[in-house]
Design a protein around this ligand. Structure first.
Ligand code: SF4
Length: 84
């Protein structure tokens, strides 16, 4: 599973593009967004950025990032905080 890789391949490009924004931030299109993320070569880094961004209480978690919905990212963040 690519999510468990420690870093993205050098020069890897994301599967998404700015034109995909509607898919990633529209309720009901989560499965479509997750399908785009499924084999994204930078998924691990994307998750790291999302978790870092959402650590700021002023940033409300929204949309699909790294193939995960806000509640799924929140669960990872909570587990990480407990393990620290
Ligand atoms: S993992 Fe991140 S960079 Fe890759 S397709 Fe999904 S949202 Fe885009």
């Amino acid at each position: 599973m690519k999510l468990l890789e420690l870093s993205s391949p050098f020069n890897a490009k994301p599967n998404c593009s700015p034109e995909d924004a509607e898919v990633f931030f529209t309720k009901g299109k989560e499965r479509q967004a997750k399908a785009i993320c499924a084999d994204c070569p930078i998924r691990f880094d994307c998750l790291g950025e999302a978790l870092a961004y959402e650590r700021d209480p002023e940033h409300i978690p929204t949309g699909v990032w790294a193939g995960l919905e806000p509640y799924e990212r929140r669960a990872i963040a909570i587990r990480g905080a407990r393990a620290a």
